[in-house]
Design a protein around this ligand. Structure first.
Ligand code: ADP
Length: 467
């Protein structure tokens, strides 16, 4: 529970909000309490000033008594003194604290608008104001007003209680708000956690709501995509394994079959020779298949290193052409190369030769006697394009999207006879892409096929690894 994300986020929110709220509440409370206290003091002073005004108009016995009687029924205490500080009238019995205030202020000069002479409401029982009675410019006495501080204390206490009450309600509301807020944030995370657990347990398809447009929505989308990719990967792996076992089973069946025939007593020497040759061919093909599969597996594991260097592309193509020329001659194929002399490409020469041989070998296999094959290099500012075109049988349109897939062959049986493993183009694609380039195909049934390799120019001198 304490390790839960919702609890941690909630606690963090709560502490922050509590600190802010406490600070704001304290500031508000102090402000309001001070305002209330000021109000009480101002009203006490105003009351004293009113008595003073009345007395300045009629400074006689009856007015003095009238003032005393008036305040005797109020919560205030009024004391009027003469110019020497002697008490002339008082509305209530005079307490020692009142005497002390009057004595303390005796020789102070008080402004005509009066003054608060005791404001320590927390320590004292009374707050006090003094209003001087001035008639014709001469000080005749003073009106002292005393207000019991219990009133102020009560007001402040009540305010405090109200604040505590509101504070508690705010805390409860904050907790409720945080609860929903954290659920809003953590619920999708919990769902995603469950989804990834399902994925690791082997369930491939997980459904997450991805309509949220924030980071959590993006994360849910990524997890859903991951699960889809995983599903596709598993299907592809199963299909690939099925294809491999099929590819291996066919030559093995042949080998076993012919080995059995050879072992028969009735088999003639000529037949034995013929069947041994077939077994050798099949074994060669098996070795080729296993070698290519191993290459691809290395590429998949990023263990396939390419060592790139600046290479004269035309020289590289010419050496490939020299190697492959005798094979073309067998079929009377006219092979021409168009390449400007000084084109430099940043490639791994061995691997790149492999790409060209794979494509040229295919071109030969699918061309008829006397056809032409053309290899042409064109360059632009940023790219190099290598076109390899033949006039062979072409590839059906429906098969074009799969031509670079592993173990894909247009005509399985014929391709097998001609020694095809269905891996040549897949390997070529991996190599070209590991050079940061791309490989495309254009083909028309009956007209011929063109493979286009595009490489970026101006790569830095470095060793690369397939990624
Ligand atoms: P394979 O080793 O069987 O030739 P590839 O991966 O090299 O495998 O080629 C895949 C398939 O693409 C081949 O089986 C073939 O049907 C088709 N193909 C490749 N190159 C050509 C081409 N130049 N003309 C016609 N078909 C081609």
């Amino acid at each position: 529970m304490f390790n839960k994300l919702s609890f941690k986020i909630g606690l963090l929110f709560f502490v922050f909000i509590l600190v802010f709220e406490s600070f704001l509440f304290l500031a508000l409370y102090t402000n309001l309490a001070n305002e209330r206290i000021d109000e009480v003091m101002e009203s006490t002073l105003a009351r004293g000033n009113t008595h003073r005004d009345v007395l300045e108009d009629n400074f006689n016995r009856s007015t003095l008594e009238h003032v005393g009687i008036m305040e005797s029924v109020s919560a205030f205490v009024v004391i009027v003194t003469d110019e020497n500080g002697n008490v002339i009238v008082s509305s209530d019995p005079i307490k020692q604290e009142m005497m002390n205030v009057m004595k303390r202020t005796r020789n102070n000069s008080i402004p005509t608008e009066g003054k608060i002479v005791e404001d320590r409401w927390k320590q004292k029982q009374y707050i006090a104001t003094e209003s001087p009675i001035t008639i014709n410019g001469e000080l005749q006495g003073n009106v002292f007003m005393f207000a019991n501080t219990n009133t102020v204390k009560k007001i402040v206490d009540q305010l405090g209680l109200q604040f505590v009450f509101i504070g508690l309600i705010t805390i409860v509301l904050t907790i409720i708000a945080i609860f929903f807020l954290t659920r809003f944030i953590t619920l999708p995370i919990i769902k995603m956690k469950e989804a990834t657990e399902q994925l690791s347990k082997g369930r491939n398809k997980v459904e997450l709501h991805t309509e949220r447009k924030d980071e959590l929505g993006e994360l849910a989308e990524s997890i859903t995509k991951l699960s889809n990719d995983l599903e596709q990967l598993k299907t592809a792996r199963n299909e690939f394994l099925a294809s491999i076992s099929h590819e291996l089973r066919t030559p093995l069946t042949y080998i076993k079959g012919y080995a059995d025939i050879i072992n028969r007593k009735s088999t003639s020497k000529a037949e034995i020779k013929e069947y041994t040759a077939i077994i050798r061919d099949e074994t060669d093909q098996l070795s080729e298949l296993v070698k290519n599969l191993f290459e691809l597996a290395k590429m998949d594991q990023n263990k396939f290193s390419i060592i790139r260097e600046d290479v004269n592309l035309c020289d590289l193509i010419k050496s490939v052409a020299d190697r492959i020329q005798p094979v073309f001659a067998e079929k009377n194929i006219m092979f021409s190369v168009h390449c400007q002399e000084d084109i430099i490409a940043f490639v791994d020469p061995e691997r790149f030769q492999q790409v060209l041989i794979n494509i040229l070998d295919n071109a030969k296999k699918h061309s008829s006697i006397g056809d032409r094959i053309l290899l042409e290099v064109r360059e632009t500012t940023h790219e190099l394009h290598i076109f390899i075109s033949d006039e062979g049988e072409g590839i059906p349109k429906a098969d074009l999207p799969y031509i670079f897939d592993r173990l894909f062959r247009v005509e399985k049986s014929r391709s097998r006879q001609s020694g095809g493993t269905g891996l040549g183009l897949a390997i070529a694609k991996e190599i070209v892409e590991s050079h940061g380039g791309r490989i495309e195909v254009q083909s028309k049934r009956g007209k011929g096929t063109t493979f286009i390799i595009t490489l970026r120019r101006g790569e830095p001198n470095e060793e690369g690894t397939v990624s």
